[in-house]
Design a protein around this ligand. Structure first.
Ligand SMILES: *Cc1c(COP(=O)(O)O)cnc(C)c1O
Length: 439
């Protein structure tokens, strides 16, 4: 039976109290015991975001005519990100509501460009197997074919495999800086050079690392070139709601020039409701997300981003060294940002995750190979030592043959053993049904 709308009105404080109560079983991200989804700095930072978001909560970025304030803030945000990425005055972009939307816009751009300028009816895109699923989603939505290139043993995409996959229908080559699973930046210079030599577009997905890598480089880290300074890079995506520390719903997509950005836009001029022009996927665009992004970039400035990057890198270095020192565990590849995964040849890492979960840690499970994922934020500075101690203890108990607590290891083991991808997708559809049916 569908639930009916409450009949009568209710006091505001009462409603808000219940709303806050609802989160009692949520992931406790403030304490640094989870490693994805939330990029938390501190309460003062959160207050700035809330106030900035609240100021423009009602405004709608769909109409730049009605809200020149948002238009100006968006232009400044896009320009600051382009500047971080060594873009020149030709580089142009827009804000979107997130990495997925930015990626969709890059894929749409590639499709329109291939159709319009190369006469390719069914364009193809080549992306590493480690690329974010948003590219699969975009390819699916826009009827583009995505071809997967293998990664080399160092976890970066194998450029020779990319080259092998090029056909007369190829429109774009994708690299990530870095990909989400292992945090190891793809060889962007080589990918872009290959794209350029074949007359193809090249997108760099910097959703995760875009607002981190420039600061890590300034701090002296050895960061390979990944942005518009690389000849052949034609578009980029970068999330502000990740290491940009902004409120949810903020990302940027950039193009090498305005002619390319044209392919992103959508217009419809025959509607009885008026002339319609929209830059991206969504219609209504949340003013709050634009305002919060603008505010946080001015609030932190370069010094603030550098400070957070320094803290995250120090915590990450400590964790990577600590994990590699635990018998049986090893971090995969040589990650460049505060994102990495670790695996084991001697114990079952899914059982390790279950044992850690009993102690209040939520580590994300990965596959191909089985691994556990960490995404470090300033909130993890305080917990690094406790995390390492718990990991060491849990790993040694499992290695000694102590049984793992009941958890999701059995499920992950089972799913990993199913050779048929379609069957696993079937389980995932059932999972979604359950989530959206029962709440
Ligand atoms: C998070 C992420 C995305 C997708 O961003 P959303 O904001 O979750 O839509 C794309 N690429 C990479 C590398 C990411 O980490």
């Amino acid at each position: 039976m569908p639930k009916s709308l409450p009949k009568s009105k209710r006091a505001k404080d009462d409603v808000l109290a219940e709303l806050r109560q609802l989160r009692s079983e949520d992931a406790r991200w403030k304490e640094g015991r989870t490693f994805s989804l939330v990029y938390y700095v501190d309460d003062e930072h959160s207050r700035l975001l809330k106030e900035a978001y609240g100021e423009y909560m009602a405004e709608n970025g769909l109409s730049p005519v009605a809200f020149p304030s948002l238009r100006r803030m968006e232009a400044e945000v896009v320009s600051m990100v382009a500047g971080l990425f060594h873009g020149d005055d030709d580089v142009a972009g827009t804000m979107t509501t997130g990495g997925t939307e930015s990626i969709m816009m890059a894929v749409k751009t590639a499709r329109e460009w291939a159709r319009g300028e190369k006469g390719i009816a069914r364009p193809e895109i080549i992306a590493p197997s480690s690329v974010h699923p948003a590219f699969e989603k975009a390819a699916h939505y826009f009827d583009v074919e995505l071809r997967h290139a293998a990664t080399a043993p160092d976890l970066r995409v194998d450029v020779r495999d990319v080259e092998r996959l090029i056909t007369p229908n190829t429109a774009m080559i994708v690299g990530s800086a870095p990909p989400y699973p292992h945090g190891v930046v793809d060889p962007i210079t080589e990918l872009a050079a290959l794209a350029q030599s074949r007359g193809l577009l090249c997108h760099v997905d910097a959703c995760l690392g875009g607002l981190f890598l420039p600061f890590a480089k300034k701090l002296g880290r050895d960061i390979p070139p990944f942005d518009f300074s690389v000849p052949g890079v034609t578009s980029m995506s970068a999330d502000l709601h990740k290491y940009g520390y902004s409120a949810k719903g903020a990302s940027v997509v950039l193009h090498r020039n305005r002619a390319l950005r044209r392919h992103q836009f959508y217009t419809y001029s025959a509607w009885p409701g008026g002339l319609y022009a929209s830059p991206s996927m969504t219609g209504t665009r949340p003013g709050g997300a634009i305002a919060a992004a603008w505010a946080v970039m001015h609030y932190l400035g370069e010094d603030g981003y550098l400070e957070h990057a320094r803290r995250i890198l120090a915590t990450t270095d400590k964790l990577i060294a600590g994990i590699n020192a635990i018998p049986g565990l090893r971090v995969l590849g040589a990650p460049e940002v505060g994102v990495f995964a670790f695996s084991s040849d001697s114990i079952n890492v899914y059982e390790l995750a279950d044992a850690m979960e009993v102690r209040g840690w939520k580590l994300d499970r990965q596959q191909k190979p089985p691994a556990l994922h960490c995404m470090i934020t300033p909130a993890h500075e305080r917990i690094a030592d406790v995390l390492l101690a718990d990991l060491r203890d849990c790993a040694s108990r499992l290695a000694a043959g102590e049984p793992a607590p009941e958890g999701s290891a059995a499920m992950y083991g089972m799913v990993g053993a199913i050779p048929d991808q379609k069957q696993v997708d079937g389980f995932l559809l059932e999972f979604l049904d359950g989530v959206f049916d029962r709440g």
